[in-house]
Design a protein around this ligand. Structure first.
Ligand SMILES: Nc1ncnc2c1ncn2[C@@H]1O[C@H](COP(=O)(O)OP(=O)(O)OP(=O)(O)O)[C@@H](O)[C@H]1O
Ligand SMILES: [Zn+2]
Ligand SMILES: [Zn+2]
Length: 802
């Protein structure tokens, strides 16, 4: 095998296939699939990924691989296969699909160093190469004439390591260390030569005579109250020397985690975990839905399933939504599995992510807890994949490749013959429908821990408040209840939907919202034309001056921000100590943790926040949860808005009364009669599912139909319309009768950064040719797409329909 097949880092259609390169002698037998190489491509030298080896090629003269970047594959064969599949599924370039699986740091070329591991004997020629040093520059190895093959063997058996020297601040963190360069006896001699006044130098030398261990330079300076220049003087005299030691950037390093033991499972938990353990035992692939109400102990089921996987010597991936990746969640996993856990989330710097990734790759950990991209953890002995809060839309990547972590999980589960567990109190309709049909196995937890009841939910009709003369955003009941909790020294969580989507119009008198008669979604207000438009099908009506339902003139925009609520709250209840958590207050690293810590220690009475407080919080003293406006989610122009509302209300309510004190929930709304709000208030998931499914069927939405969303954007509006129109016409002419192609329609967010956006939506049941057709469209526009004026994005599983 002297030919490498390489996917090059040039995202385009012509280059979306492997190119053949000759393997030069020095790399023969060393290069393996999954390694990164530098190859000549046209006039340039670029990064590429080896995806295969072969002896045959159609070309008669091959260019050689210029440089090999890794001595161990960064992508396993399984992940290479996943890359192909993902590129195919999402209609993305293969290079993008490969790169999305790797930490940022590996997407470029870096200088390398060769390091020997402590206590390992090396073959003679390597000892000569290192010549007493622990680490050398890679170029030094290359000049030595020692074969790559030999080096690779030592890397594989762990006596040598290759380090990528990343020069940005993302790089591996090292700390300068100082150690004696001479033996204690030589140091004694040096003491004699010192002048009397050189106290500091004397102190330092004396220290290293008795303690020859390396010391971090910083610590040395601090504890001897000396300066860097004193140390430098001793280094110049050849008495001390400095080297850099790598420190893992473990973001949790300064925290100790209390070790927790497994709970004795309740009867229900036993029943739920039994099939999981059984499948683990048999090493079978199966997808299971763990449908458990909030606080029913799902996490404990995950933990004990993972324990079994670890006991079998295998590995586990645990996905949680980014916003649920709170210190609390991490603590539960670190507490149970200690240093066997790697944590991957977006708050880590690129360097920290790389460190965690390497711990996985080296097999130093057996469990990964992380957000979406942790699904690509380079484990080779995967025993289980768990996706908590499986309904969360953050599992879908909203840029190329537009993959859904759930699909990737199922793919990897098949490859590894291991179970995939999807957990949620409010499963997505897609998942629940599959479980009901028997495609997934259904496991249920219906009771809360300690028989605690679900908190009572009271719906407050804000229209009535208005009619009673209360124009405040706090209903009288909510205000009273908050005062009551303040008096009792109990805590309150107040939830407000993310900066309300303010393009919907609602009557404050009767709660009426105008919907599209064809699509069952809220119409979007367009200020310019003073009109309301459906952004699925383009249906348009003019903006009414009074409510079509009750003729009131209080029909207007909607939306309030957290900051505003905080102000009002301070006026209303000046004595309350409020912690506000939203994108603005949590931007700084660690802010999240700090704010939650304050609240957890009882330093605040009220936690006010957006989505990010809806998940995973488990505070003893919270007995009241208030939802400011349940309607703002309900009225985003999205066919899933009812589902999202139901999910969110259930999640938020689940934060109250999780322990001994009973909880209570107040939901303020202008539409208490809406089924999603009403059914969330009685925790009736099954009824909600049935009702919502009927609508999905009637309006041809998932899970009855699949949806593909094509979004076209360009600075010129006419151009966008024209291209979208062509796409619509082309698809209509090719797809079957049963499919519906809607559009061209201006997107709900019609203009972003001076680009106009139009869309086309395809609803279908079975269109095996669809991907090919859409690919033809992309190819047809390829030149224009390259110039970056025109953009066409294709989403086969759209969650953001704006
Ligand atoms: N078998 C058990 N015995 C005693 N306590 C338990 C047991 N299982 C779980 N718990 C505790 O019950 C509480 C709720 O459990 P957990 O947080 O796992 O529920 P959950 O279903 O994951 O909740 P949510 O979906 O709301 O986050 C936790 O404080 C947990 O430590
Ligand atoms: Zn009205
Ligand atoms: Zn419509």
């Amino acid at each position: 095998m002297n030919i490498a097949r390489v996917i090059v880092d040039v995202p385009s259609f012509q280059t979306n296939r492997p190119f053949d390169y000759r393997i030069p002698d020095r790399y023969e037998g060393v290069i393996q699939p999954g390694m990164r190489v530098i190859v000549p491509f046209g006039p340039r030298k670029i990064l590429g990924y080896v995806v295969g080896l072969t002896d045959e090629t159609d070309l008669n003269r091959l260019k050689p691989v210029e440089e090999l970047l890794d001595l161990q594959p960064v992508l396993t064969t399984e992940l290479l296969g996943l890359g192909d599949w993902m590129a195919e599924q999402t209609l993305s370039f293969r290079i993008s699909a490969l790169q999305v699986m790797l930490p940022q740091v590996l997407k470029a070329k870096y200088k390398k160093e060769v390091w020997r591991n402590e206590g390992e004997d090396l073959p003679e020629q390597f000892e000569r190469l290192f010549a007493g040093r622990d680490g050398i520059d890679f170029t030094e190895f290359e000049r030595s004439g020692i074969s790559y093959h030999q080096l690779q063997k030592l890397v594989q058996d762990g006596s040598i390591e290759i380090e990528y020297i990343v020069k940005s601040k993302e790089s591996k963190k090292t700390t300068p260390m100082i150690q004696p360069a001479k033996s204690p006896i030589e140091l004694e001699e040096a003491l004699v030569d010192l002048t009397k006044s050189a106290h500091k130098q004397r102190d330092l030398i004396e220290h290293f005579i008795s303690e020859p261990e390396p010391v971090p330079k910083k610590l040395l300076v601090e504890s001897f109250q000396t300066t860097a220049s004193t140390i430098k003087t001793l280094m110049d005299k050849g008495l001390l020397e400095q080297f850099n030691q790598e420190i893992y950037r473990d973001p949790y390093k300064n925290r100790s985690f209390e070790r927790t033991e497994a709970f004795e499972l309740t009867e229900e938990q036993e029943e739920a975990i039994a099939p999981i353990l059984d499948v683990l035992e048999k090493k079978q692939h199966e997808v299971m839905l763990l449908h458990g109400v909030t606080g029913s102990g799902k996490t404990e089921v995950y933990l004990q399933s993972i324990q079994q996987v670890i006991d079998q010597g295998m590995e586990a991936i645990m996905l949680v939504p980014e916003i649920a990746l709170t210190p609390m969640m991490v603590e539960r996993f670190k507490g149970r599995f200690g240093s066997r856990v790697a944590v991957l989330h977006s708050a880590l710097s690129a360097g920290e992510k790389y460190d965690e990734w390497r711990r996985i790759q080296r097999g130093e950990v057996q469990v990964v807890v992380g957000a979406r991209s942790a699904i690509f953890a380079p484990f080779t002995k995967l025993g289980i994949i768990i996706i908590d809060e499986e309904h969360e839309t953050s599992y879908k990547q909203e840029e190329n490749p537009r993959y859904h972590a759930r699909d990737v999980a199922v793919y990897r589960g098949e490859q590894h013959h291991c179970p995939v567990i999807l957990g949620s109190a409010t499963p997505s309709l897609e998942t629940f429908a599959r479980a009901k049909k028997g495609n997934y196995r259904m496991l249920s937890l219906t009771k809360r821990m300690n028989e605690a009841s679900m908190p009572e939910v009271e719906l407050i009709d804000m229209r009535e408040e208005l009619h009673a003369g209360n124009r405040s955003m706090f209903s009288r009941v909510l205000k009273e209840k908050i005062e009551d909790r303040l008096a009792k020294k109990e805590q309150v969580v107040l939830f407000l939907n993310r900066r309300g989507y303010s393009t919907f119009v609602m009557c404050r008198d009767c709660g009426f919202v105008i919907e599209c008669p064809h699509c069952d979604i809220t119409m979007t207000y367009h200020r310019k034309q003073e009109s309301l438009k459906c952004h699925y099908c383009s249906h348009e009506v003019s903006m009414p001056s009074e409510c079509p339902e009750c003729e009131s003139d209080s029909i207007r925009y909607f939306g309030t921000g957290t900051q505003k609520v905080e102000e009002v709250l301070q006026q209303l209840l000046p004595e309350a100590r409020v912690v506000r958590m939203d994108v603005d207050t949590t931007r700084r690293k660690g802010a999240h943790e700090k704010l939650l810590g304050e609240f957890g220690r009882g330093e605040a009475d009220i936690l006010l926040g957006t989505q990010m407080i809806a998940k995973g919080l488990d505070f003893q003293n919270v007995t009241l949860v208030g939802v400011m406006t349940a309607d703002s989610l309900l009225n985003i122009p999205d066919f899933r808005s009812a589902e999202k509302t139901f999910q969110l209300l259930t999640q938020v309510s689940g934060r109250a009364g999780r322990h001994t004190k009973p909880g209570e929930v107040i939901v303020q709304t202008y539409t208490p009669e809406h089924y999603s709000i009403e059914l969330a208030s009685t925790y009736d998931y099954h009824q909600f599912f049935n009702q919502e499914m009927q609508l999905r069927k009637a309006f041809r939405y998932p899970p009855y139909y699949f949806i593909t969303l094509v979004t076209v954007s360009h600075p010129n509006q006419l151009k966008v319309q024209e291209v979208t129109q062509k796409i619509v016409a082309f698809m209509r002419s090719k797809l079957s009768e049963e499919s519906v192609t809607l559009g061209p329609t201006p997107s709900a967010l019609t203009r972003i950064k001076n680009r106009y956006r139009y869309q086309c939506m395809i609803k279908y049941k079975h269109e095996p040719e669809q991907r090919k057709l859409l690919k033809r469209i992309l190819q047809y526009y390829e030149d224009e797409l390259k110039q970056d004026q025109l953009q066409i994005s294709i989403d086969f599983q759209p969650y953001q329909l704006m």
